[in-house]
Design a protein around this ligand. Structure first.
Ligand SMILES: Nc1ncnc2c1ncn2[C@@H]1O[C@H](COP(=O)(O)OP(=O)(O)OP(=O)(O)O)[C@@H](O)[C@H]1O
Ligand SMILES: [Mg+2]
Length: 357
């Protein structure tokens, strides 16, 4: 499926705009603050029913407006699909061919996306949580079940923390722990499995960039065995009551990538980290191709400043080879030197987007 055209109404700094897209590579140029990332966010939100930014739904609506709409026409050689996302009266609504859909699964059957921005290696290099979140969002892109699972788990942890901070009632905690143990075990087992698959693919890609690097997964978790997890949760309950939050469970899983037995995102060179981050993103694209038998649409936000020419070339050559639709933003024309075939250029200025060649 390719996105043929998009319509935005009151989305971020866009008042009302409609334009056609190229079926291969779309490059959005523009100065800072003009609406390039907003445009990628609109495409991503339309397909995923939520934003990739850390913002509330209402933040997506243009300042001083009350509703928003994003709609797009997608097609392949067999059919055309019309997807519409709107927020009206604080309620979001996703429609496929004029029928409301309640699960993102329906849209996923038709089209998927991968988002690549310059913060990836930075987030992977921060503490355990941002790294876990980053990888969780990649795995959630592969598996809707996993996404539901981690949402359920995080709701259960919030419930437990609430009791730890308020009534501290042991009967309620026993009840919550019973459910939490099953969820936590499932999250960690799935997480380990998916991330080890990512690591396998990532190593195949790294080889092409730098023969001297290969990574191993070091996955440390209390939740891989139910009996051990049960025991630890019980042991730590008193401590958790004092802390007011849960100290055991999948939200504490430690994921480390080792290169030559060294934690690469803590001690590796900047170049090594970037190579691995880039390879992880390419793995996400290849894994989706494996799972869904079609490439995802690829959204790339401003990676020109993060990666050097060798890595950029590698990535853009990869994009040029796979026959998928790409949306790439850049604030300077450096990117154009890479001579991507079959591309269309757009200029984004102050919430408006015009094709320039
Ligand atoms: N809800 C909103 N209503 C109106 N404007 C908004 C809203 N949310 C964000 N903006 C504005 O959108 C503008 C463009 O944001 P965007 O992140 O797309 O810029 P950009 O072109 O990607 O810039 P950069 O090159 O710096 O990344 C910002 O100036 C921001 O103030
Ligand atoms: Mg931007």
């Amino acid at each position: 499926m390719k996105l043929d055209s998009i319509f935005l109404k009151n989305f971020r700094n866009y008042s009302e705009t409609r334009f056609n897209l190229n079926s291969r590579i779309n490059i959005f140029l523009g100065n800072n603050g003009q609406g390039k990332t907003n445009l990628l966010e609109a495409i991503w939100t339309l397909i995923n029913g939520r934003t990739f930014r850390n913002s509330k739904f209402d933040d997506l609506i243009k300042f001083n407006q009350k509703f928003l709409e994003i709609s797009g026409e997608f097609s392949d050689e067999f059919r055309t699909n019309y997807i519409k996302f709107s927020i009206i009266d604080n309620k979001k609504k996703l429609e496929l061919n004029d029928k409301q859909v309640n699960s993102r699964k329906e849209i996923k059957k038709i089209v998927s996306t991968v988002m690549f921005d310059k913060d990836l290696s930075y987030n992977l290099g921060r503490s355990s949580k941002p790294r876990r979140d980053c990888l969780d969002s990649i795995v959630s892109n592969f598996s809707n079940e996993y996404r539901v699972l981690i949402n359920n788990y995080s709701r259960e942890i919030q419930r437990r923390n609430e009791i730890l901070r308020t009534t501290r009632n042991d009967e309620v905690l026993d009840f919550i722990d019973d459910r939490l143990i099953r969820l936590s075990n499932k999250v960690s087992l799935n997480r380990r499995l998916w991330i080890s698959r990512i690591v396998n693919l990532t190593n195949q890609i790294i080889k092409k960039l730098d023969k001297n690097i290969s990574i191993n997964l070091d996955f440390v978790s209390d939740s891989l065995e139910i009996t051990k997890l049960k025991k630890k949760l019980k042991q730590n309950r008193g401590h958790d009551k004092i802390l007011g939050h849960s100290s055991i469970g999948s939200h504490k899983d430690k994921i480390t990538f080792l290169a030559d037995k060294i934690d690469v995102f803590n001690f590796g060179s900047e170049g090594e980290k970037k190579t691995i981050a880039l390879a992880i993103k390419i793995s996400e694209i290849l894994m989706l191709k494996k799972l869904e038998d079609r490439f995802p649409l690829v959204l790339v936000d401003e990676i020109g400043s993060e990666f050097d020419e060798k890595r950029l070339k590698f990535f853009y050559n990869f994009l040029a080879k796979i026959n998928t639709q790409c949306f790439i933003t850049a604030s300077n024309k450096q990117l154009l030197d890479l001579k991507m075939r079959d591309h269309v250029l757009f200029l984004v200025t102050n919430g408006d987007c015009k094709k320039i060649s």
